[in-house]
Design a binder for this molecule. Structure first.
Ligand code: C2O
Ligand code: CU
Length: 477
């Protein structure tokens, strides 16, 4: 090697080293965002029109019972809206409830005016009034719609439904179903507990119920032949309950989280599904199977509580042989070591806890009220600060849970990646719109701020949000 060559080689090595260092220490920038979920979708020109009438209804959640529900078009869940990617949805909401309402399209990047947040993106829809929502979902996947006003009661009484955007580029499953999983607090007659804001629930983990339903009923069964390959779209529509689906002897893989496809399919065993979360699974019924498979919830128990069943039925079919649908994504966990753009601390403010002994006595005696609320950076909605971003920015938000409760944190309008838990980097290989944080846990998320508007960032435990746990995330053009 002559001197000139040595010099060139050394320079090249040095450059590579510098580039390497730069790569690992580079600040979050928009380049990282290349190849995200942002892909313009060509409109198909097809418009699906629905009229959703929100009204009180008497219905049955489990055989032989009746209770007062609030539903869309007379049943909970409301109609399943299923469209092809590129189609447009037009929904006329008619409000026949005794109070104002609105519909939010959970996880769908809708134009800001269609986001369904009363007082922010639209006026509340008063009793007797209508409001028309119209949008073309930019991303295919599993989504759901629900009331976004007084969710602690309106969701708990049944105002929700599924919205599925099929991607024609993905393999078709002969069985493709949605399970909207909910729990209800009922008495032994199956009547809904009418106290939708008990102070114990607000202080603790929200309103959990004891009656599980799938698609509004107990005893839900999905029939499938031996060898059948199924796409099952699981949605946690509960007010507060966290699920950990149990599949018994079946071996499903997760192919999508919160709507969007994962980078590589992974086992569905042990995956937690917090309120708001979705997970699409790909599961094959063994070709020699017969009888039934119990699908349960494992989150609270040692033995799973059954929530539904897959019943094996009919002659064996040939199992279709295709790769599970996946899609690459940039790894935003590169940003885990960078400083946070925003820090949000979650606390529970309790006037009782702050009071002196005399005052506490008066509160206990019922002589004066003790207020309490969930706060973000020391303020409750609507006083909480607004976080800001410029369009196109990748931002890291650090969220510190300084409370002993779980909080499923949900952001409207954009997807994010979870990049660390308790300062340990994680790389999940999928986007999210909702992430569960445990008691006293710190998490970091990286948000791709692409959709201009002022969006809600809130806890999806309905009573926590109702009692203050919400703030705004403003993406400026
Ligand atoms: Cu699923 Cu702001 O809600
Ligand atoms: Cu919460």
């Amino acid at each position: 090697m002559n001197d000139a060559k040595v010099a060139v080689t050394l320079a090249a090595l040095l450059l590579t080293a510098v580039a390497g260092v730069l790569w690992f220490t580079r600040p979050i920038d928009t380049e990282l965002a290349a190849a995200t979920y942002i892909e313009p979708v060509a409109s198909t020109g097809v418009v699906h029109e629905y009229r959703l009438v929100a009204a009180p209804t008497t219905g049955s959640l489990t055989e032989g019972t009746e209770t007062d529900l609030w539903t869309y078009n007379g049943a909970t869940p409301g109609p399943e809206i299923r469209i092809t990617h590129g189609d447009t949805v037009r929904v006329v909401l008619e409000n026949n409830l005794p109070e104002p309402t609105s519909i939010h399209w959970h996880g769908i990047r809708v134009p800001h005016a269609m986001d369904g947040v009363p007082g922010l993106t639209q006026a509340p829809v008063a009793p007797g009034e209508t409001f028309t929502y119209e949008f073309t979902p930019p991303d295919a996947g599993t989504y759901w719609y629900h009331s976004h006003r007084r969710g602690n009661e309106q969701l708990a009484r049944g105002l929700y439904g599924a919205l599925i955007v099929e991607n024609p580029a993905e393999p078709t499953y002969a069985v493709d179903e949605v399970w909207l999983i909910d729990d209800w607090r009922v008495d032994d007659q199956g009547t809904l507990d009418p106290d939708f804001a008990s102070s114990a629930d607000v202080h603790h983990s929200g309103r959990w119920g004891e009656l599980f339903t799938v698609n509004g009923a107990t005893g839900t069964e999905l029939r499938a032949a031996p060898g059948e390959r199924i796409r099952l779209r699981l949605v946690n529509t509960a007010n507060a309950r966290i699920l950990q689906p149990d599949f018994g002897a079946l071996d499903p893989v997760v192919i999508a989280m919160d709507g969007l496809p994962v980078a590589r399919a992974f086992s569905a065993h042990g995956v937690e599904l917090a309120p708001g979360n979705r997970m699409d699974i790909d599961v094959t019924i063994p070709s020699d199977a017969s009888g039934e498979f119990s699908i349960g919830d494992f989150f609270t128990g040692i033995t799973p509580t059954e929530i539904a069943r897959i019943v094996v039925d009919g002659d064996p079919v040939a199992t279709p042989d295709f790769e599970p649908p996946t899609e690459g994504l940039p790894d935003w966990s590169l940003a885990a070591d960078d400083p946070a753009d925003h820090t949000v601390t979650v606390t529970l403010y309790s006037e009782f806890a702050e009071a002196d002994a005399d005052e506490q006595e008066a509160m206990l005696a019922g002589e004066r009220d003790a207020t309490f609320r969930w706060e973000l950076n020391g303020e409750a909605w609507p006083a909480a600060e607004t976080l800001t971003a410029d369009q196109g920015e990748l931002q890291k938000i650090r969220i510190i849970n300084d409370s002993g409760q779980f909080h499923p944190i949900h952001l409207h309008g954009q997807f994010f990646q979870l990049v660390s838990r308790n300062d340990v980097r994680v790389s999940e290989g999928h986007y999210r719109d909702t992430v569960l944080m445990s008691a006293f846990e710190t998490i970091e998320i990286v948000v791709g701020a692409y959709d201009v508007g002022t969006w809600m960032l809130h806890c999806h435990i309905q009573l926590h949000a109702e009692f203050g746990m919400a703030m705004l995330y403003e993406v400026r053009p």
